[in-house]
Design a protein around this ligand. Structure first.
Ligand code: ADP
Length: 338
């Protein structure tokens, strides 16, 4: 049974319908991401979960009880934002222990718990420092520790790493995953970054203009997007109109649907080979290439249609511009998109 259930939730700001018919189920101990472009309603849903915003229709359940009407302070849900919002006049350990102090917990117990979470977020040695002397990444660790120490039923993370530089972000992503596994935390993570969502998630809920476009494991979403939006947001799909696909392979798609082809499923060869069963073998011409880290992306023209294909950058046999090549594409990787 779902630990968190969001049922038919709608939310508007005036005429702006920000959330439309949201249905989400999250299991205990899962790390899920709400992924989507800026402005599609992810943070609003997170704030509704936290109780910082009211929903107009629908219901939210946590651990078997409806929480839609329960005030934020009583939901036992922790939240970490992009802005760290630490108390500047309190030290690291005071910031972390603050919530428990408000609950009038015994000092020794607070000190013991603070020590534990400081070790968990690897801030040993920084206990007596003030936020101003910490890096952005360290401040975010304090913010994380401050939430975790309250032993929330759910931890909500709203773009917590967006303000942190790329290299440090990677190590913090790793840290969040480790902590989540170690404490068996249920985490809802908001991001607009597909790579971050792919790395962190047990399940991705992909948002588009206030609706859920698709949900599934990172691999399902990456390899089997159902819609044009999903294929253009995740991966770097070639998206062909039905008539372009027909011009290329001579086949029609059902109801004139578009076709998505993931660039790494396309193989390029210099010499003709017999087409394997279940593959299209097409003649093409190399029109250019661009290195993308460990992958080389080729632009290829096939029957007047431009495709891009990604090849692992390990080969000496680069295809020069203008080279005539053969392109093979597995039929099962030509996905019809709604
Ligand atoms: P995301 O997190 O996906 O970037 P948001 O949930 O922040 O998107 O915003 C979704 C939409 O709701 C946007 O159009 C935004 O302008 C609007 N919105 C968010 N918060 C408020 C608010 N407090 N008052 C009015 N409109 C808001």
């Amino acid at each position: 049974m779902a630990y968190i259930e969001i049922k038919q939730v709608y939310k508007s700001y005036g005429e702006n319908h920000v959330l439309k018919d949201i249905n989400i189920q999250i299991l205990k101990g899962q790390l899920v991401t709400l992924l989507g472009p800026s402005g599609c309603g992810k943070s609003t849903l997170l704030r509704c979960l936290a109780g910082l915003e009211e929903i107009q229709e629908g219901a939210i359940y946590l651990d078997g009880s409806e929480i839609s009407q329960i005030p934020a302070g009583k939901r036992k849900i922790g939240m970490v934002f992009q802005q760290y919002s630490l108390f500047p006049n309190l030290t690291v350990e005071q910031n972390i222990g603050f919530g428990l102090q408000m609950q009038k917990m015994n000092r020794d117990l607070i000190s013991e718990k603070t020590k534990k979470v400081i070790s968990l977020v690897e801030l040993e040695g920084k206990e007596k420092e003030y936020p101003i002397s910490l890096s952005g990444g360290q401040q975010q660790r304090v913010a994380l520790a401050r939430s975790i120490i309250m032993e929330p039923k759910v931890l909500l993370l709203d773009e917590p790493l967006s303000a942190i530089d790329a290299k440090l972000r990677k190590s913090l992503q790793q840290k969040i995953m480790e902590i989540q596994k170690e404490l068996n935390l249920t985490v809802v993570f908001v991001t607009h970054d597909q790579d971050e969502a792919m790395l962190l998630s047990d399940v991705i809920w992909l948002f588009n203009q206030g609706r859920i476009e698709q949900s599934g494991s990172p691999i399902q979403i990456y390899t089997r997007p159902h819609t044009h939006f999903a294929a253009s947001f995740i991966g770097n799909y070639n998206i062909l109109e039905a008539q372009e696909f027909h011009a290329m392979v001579g086949e029609t798609t059902s109801d004139g649907k578009k076709i998505g082809i993931r660039p790494e499923t396309i193989q390029i060869q210099r010499d003709p080979v017999l087409p394997a069963e279940g593959e299209y073998l097409l003649q093409g011409k190399i029109k250019g290439n661009s290195p993308r880290g460990n992958v080389l992306r080729y632009q290829i023209e096939v029957k007047g249609i431009r495709l891009h294909a990604d090849v692992l950058f390990r080969s000496f046999t680069l295809f020069e511009n203008g080279a005539n090549v053969y392109v093979s594409i597995p039929k099962r990787d030509c996905l019809e998109l709604s």
